[in-house]
Design a protein around this ligand. Structure first.
Ligand SMILES: NC(=O)c1ccc[n+]([C@@H]2O[C@H](COP(=O)([O-])OP(=O)(O)OC[C@H]3O[C@@H](n4cnc5c(N)ncnc54)[C@H](O)[C@@H]3O)[C@@H](O)[C@H]2O)c1
Length: 238
């Protein structure tokens, strides 16, 4: 199950997991056409994909999503908490609603979905949760106090959950992407993008596939003894 799967990184993760044989539940909250197109592409390539509209930032949405996966498919093995939004602005001018919206989607959403997904995972004694954090959560980005706090919180959530469920063969890890061109960058000024690019030792932005490959690895049997880790995918930035 991939949340926010109609987006750039989420769709790449869904496609990659499907290529590796997973039946993928693609969650989206807006843009049904985008989600349908991704599901269609996965099916055309011989994979299996289901669609589930739900707002992960609400308990009802998280419950509906996980319930859908378990009812339709009988089990839930992998949860990728990828849904995310930004509402940038300097802290002095940031509204409470911009703070809440970002925390609700990026952090509370991951908590709510994990809470629901852990029930079947603990029962079947196998599970993988991969949280999509950000380098903003590692180093803090100016103009993104809400987003940096949410993504740092996601790292704390990852490490705490990892300890809680390790004995049941459920792993919880995070990836922390750097600069991956996507809709999330649309409102960022060109000078700010250039400044970020200048901090990347590899001298280029990352691709959605580079993030998806790391997610797929952490979700695989090969990563069975790795838990509570944060893997930066940032061209050396951090
Ligand atoms: N692109 C980057 O450079 C970058 C870097 C670090 C981390 N990330 C993180 O990667 C994740 C994916 O971002 P992206 O770059 O693909 O952006 P994106 O905007 O393409 O994808 C985000 C997706 O999340 C969905 N979403 C938002 N709120 C939701 C909700 N309440 N319920 C369900 N779905 C919801 C959106 O509809 C969208 O499809 C995000 O968590 C983002 O913070 C991105």
């Amino acid at each position: 199950m991939v949340t926010g799967a109609s987006g750039t990184i989420g769709s790449a993760a869904a496609r990659t997991l499907a290529e590796l044989g997973a039946t993928v539940v693609l969650n989206y909250n807006r843009n049904p056409d985008g989600a349908e197109a991704i599901a269609g592409a996965i099916r055309q390539a011989g994979g299996r994909a289901e669609l589930c509209a739900a707002d992960v930032s609400t308990p009802e949405g998280a419950e509906e999503l996980t319930g859908y996966a378990v009812k339709q498919l009988g089990r839930l093995d992998i949860l990728v908490n990828n849904a995310g939004i930004t509402r940038d602005g300097l802290a002095l001018r940031m509204t409470e609603s911009d703070w809440d919206a970002v925390l609700d989607t990026n952090l509370k959403g991951a908590f709510l979905c994990s809470k629901q997904a852990l029930r079947p995972m603990l029962r079947q004694r196998w599970g993988r949760i991969v949280n999509v954090s950000s380098v903003a959560g590692l180093v803090g980005n100016p103009g993104q106090a809400n987003y940096s706090a949410a993504k740092a919180g996601l790292i704390g959530l990852t490490r705490a959950l990892a300890r809680e469920v390790a004995s049941r063969n459920v792993t919880v890890n995070a990836v922390a992407p750097g600069y991956i061109p996507s809709a999330i960058w649309d409102d960022v000024a060109e000078e700010a993008k250039a400044a970020v690019l200048a901090q990347i030792p590899m001298g280029r932005t990352g691709t959605p596939q580079e993030v998806a490959s790391a997610i797929a690895f952490l979700a695989s049997e090969e990563a069975s003894y790795i838990t509570g880790q944060v893997l930066a995918i940032d061209g050396g930035m951090t």
